[in-house]
Design a protein around this ligand. Structure first.
Ligand SMILES: C[S@@+](CC[C@H](N)C(=O)[O-])C[C@H]1O[C@@H](n2cnc3c(N)ncnc32)[C@H](O)[C@@H]1O
Length: 263
């Protein structure tokens, strides 16, 4: 708790990220990752394996970009820095453990950016969604862009805010939550599809809440009905084992990994 507060006070983050809750979310995720280290290990290793396959298959070896780099838990950073001249890590928030981890490498840069295109809309700085990837993704030297367990996260804050507010966000009203979420997911995929670099996509697809007898109590589509094609592999991420959110309930996510998504 005290450690969380310290991160809240000392992390350099733009005011929008602070105000809209992105900094708090990152700190909360870091704490959960610590508590659930053992349960998360197979998921993190499976994610890294898909990214390693993507690195091995990349033809251009100048720049690699990781979107949603976060705490670098699922990112094989040493493999990336060994294979590419430059590695660019993009996230809304970069916490201290990630800032420390990159000090060991001379060819890593961090970029703070909103990848949902919704932050300016939420702060009143834009009239509609403006989803775009940082220009480095489209540079001619960029051979690999990894979307690292990011896609399902992009709509969470924007949809919560839209649905909780009486005021519309631009032309979007609180009844539009699902369409708004779907638009954010589709926009990220469209932006990835337009790149010439190899695209590696790792994302969770849905969430299941079950009891100790294996009975399913709820299931949510995290991508608002958007379908991705056939992944190289899928696996289950035990996001919240029994006792994490409730004594007799656990949350699992189905995850898909594409080493070369556009193929
Ligand atoms: C599940 S975590 C990904 C884990 C990360 N790859 C790791 O290894 O720690 C999702 C990440 O997406 C980031 N994120 C969520 N919304 C974002 C946005 N609008 N723009 C940029 N990053 C965002 C979060 O800050 C978080 O780091």
């Amino acid at each position: 708790m005290l450690l969380d507060l310290l991160h809240l006070l000392t992390t350099p983050a733009p005011s929008a990220q602070r105000r809209l809750g992105y900094l708090r979310d990152s700190i909360w995720l870091m704490s959960r990752a610590r508590r659930c280290r053992r349960a998360w290990a197979p998921h993190l290793e499976a994610s890294r394996a898909v990214m390693r396959a993507a690195i091995a298959g990349a033809e251009r070896r100048d720049t690699a970009v990781v979107l949603g780099s976060g705490l670098l838990l699922d990112v094989p950073l040493a493999d990336l820095t060994g294979a590419f001249r430059r590695v660019v890590l993009v996230d809304a928030v970069h916490l201290a453990p990630a800032r420390r981890a990159i000090r060991a490498f001379a060819n890593v840069e961090m970029l703070t950016a909103d990848l949902s295109g919704a932050m300016a809309l939420m702060t009143g700085g834009a009239r509609d969604l403006d989803p775009r990837l940082p220009p480095v993704c489209a540079e001619p030297g960029t051979g690999l862009v990894i979307s690292a367990n990011l896609l399902s996260q992009l709509p969470i804050r924007p949809v919560d805010r839209l649905e909780a507010s009486r005021r519309p966000l631009g032309a979007w009203t609180r009844e539009d939550g699902d369409a708004f979420g779907r638009r954010i997911v589709e926009a990220h995929l469209a932006a990835l599809a337009a790149l010439t670099a190899r695209v590696c996509l790792v994302t969770d697809l849905d969430e299941t809440e079950e009891d100790r007898q294996g009975r399913v109590h709820a299931r949510h589509d995290l991508l608002y009905g958007v379908r991705l094609g056939t992944p190289d592999r899928t696996w289950t991420w035990e996001l919240a084992p029994f006792g994490e959110t409730a004594r007799n309930r656990r949350l699992t996510h189905r995850v898909a990994g594409f080493a070369d998504w556009r193929r």
